[in-house]
Design a protein around this ligand. Structure first.
Ligand SMILES: *Cc1c(COP(=O)(O)O)cnc(C)c1O
Length: 344
């Protein structure tokens, strides 16, 4: 088989949720946007629901609709992007809860679906989504009359516990919501780790569930094993791969493995990335191709049949560092060609 195997450990996912739930001084939801951070929203959400999670968040209404099909009636599905034009039927038919972001979205929702549940997203300084303090002041009486399920905001710098933006956003969130008697949510993974002041009534972890930073105690969830297609010997002076960027300095053995940048293995990581054969680390050599990568296996005692890119030896964050990005991007770039195996 010339496709790599992506193993997704659902019990590690649930362990991560339980660990974040234990640190949350309140209810803990789960964020499953972008197809469950690339690991399969349906499978991930069903496993979490089975473990007791009843509130989910997605980015877009379409994601919410397909999640509803996977979960059936019951669990609450919240949509960060709110009530967009054209979404009304899907919101109603699939019983989704939009987080309304603006006066325009409020008007749209209250006119089209006056009985349907909604939350409100507030901007406390990130300037990405949500109502600003003045706008909220003007509209909150109308919104509160209709009984929002949640008032939420999002932290811009929660991955850095010392950042002054955190207490600043916390204070703004408090000013905007204290005394309103509606459930509140401010913290994603990073916010949970900032402590109880940031938790309010509901936390919304995403990346930590999937084994990524800033949750340093996370258990890895994704493991990626890539089959070796061919192994060859090269002499000193011979080159490997496009543009001859790697030239052998010693008699070498080169394994060509069956995955590349089309599978989300970011080309820019190039020779900064490592693969593992058991406990032995092997260096990527030459350019990462669309469907193949060259790996230096000269020092291995045995010829490998596959090499591991993600797993206990290399986390999504280590790989992200090699590519100059973050674990979130590694996860959400994971390729569609992989054979996906779910460990219950
Ligand atoms: C993505 C997202 C989350 C989850 O964030 P993580 O850092 O992955 O835990 C929570 N809230 C909002 C608004 C988001 O966009």
């Amino acid at each position: 088989m010339a496709t790599a195997t992506l193993s997704i450990d659902l019990s590690a996912l649930i362990d991560n949720w339980r660990a974040l739930d234990a640190r949350s001084a309140c209810e803990t939801a789960a964020v499953v946007k972008a197809d469950g951070y690339g690991l399969g929203a349906d499978r991930v959400a069903r496993a979490l629901n089975h473990a007791g999670v009843t509130r989910f968040f997605v980015a877009a209404t379409e994601e919410g609709a397909s999640l509803r099909e996977a979960l059936g009636p019951g669990p609450e599905i919240n949509v960060f992007s709110g009530h967009m034009s054209g979404d009304t039927d899907m919101i109603a038919d699939m019983t989704l809860t939009p987080m309304l972001n603006s006066a325009e979205q409020m008007l749209r929702h209250f006119e089209a679906l006056p009985q349907a549940p909604f939350g409100v997203q507030l901007d406390t300084g990130m300037n990405r989504l949500g109502m600003e303090p003045a706008e909220w002041d003007a509209l909150k009486d109308i919104a509160l009359d209709l009984g929002p399920t949640l008032l939420m905001s999002h932290l811009a710098c929660a991955d850095d516990p010392e950042h002054p933006m955190n207490p600043q956003q916390l204070a703004t969130f408090r000013q905007m919501t204290d005394g309103l008697n509606v459930p509140r949510s401010l913290a994603a993974t990073g916010g949970i780790l900032l402590g109880e002041d940031y938790h309010f009534d509901l936390t919304r972890p995403g990346v930590g569930l999937y084994g990524g930073m800033p949750f340093v105690d996370a258990t890895p969830v994704a493991q990626l094993d890539i089959p070796v297609i061919q192994i060859r010997d090269v002499e000193p002076g011979e080159s490997v791969g496009y543009s001859n960027t790697w030239i052998a300095e010693r008699p070498s053995r080169v394994a060509t493995i069956a995955a590349g940048y089309a599978d989300g293995i970011i080309r820019a990581m190039g020779e900064n990335a490592w693969l593992h054969a058991g406990d032995d680390a092997c260096k990527v050599i030459g350019r990462i191709s669309m469907d193949m990568i060259g790996v230096d296996v000269t020092d291995l005692a045995e010829e490998p049949t596959s090499l591991q890119l993600l797993g206990s030896h290399q986390s999504v964050d280590t790989l992200a560092e090699a590519a100059g990005t973050i674990g979130y991007e590694i996860l959400t770039s994971l390729g569609q060609r992989y054979y996906r195996r779910y460990k219950p």
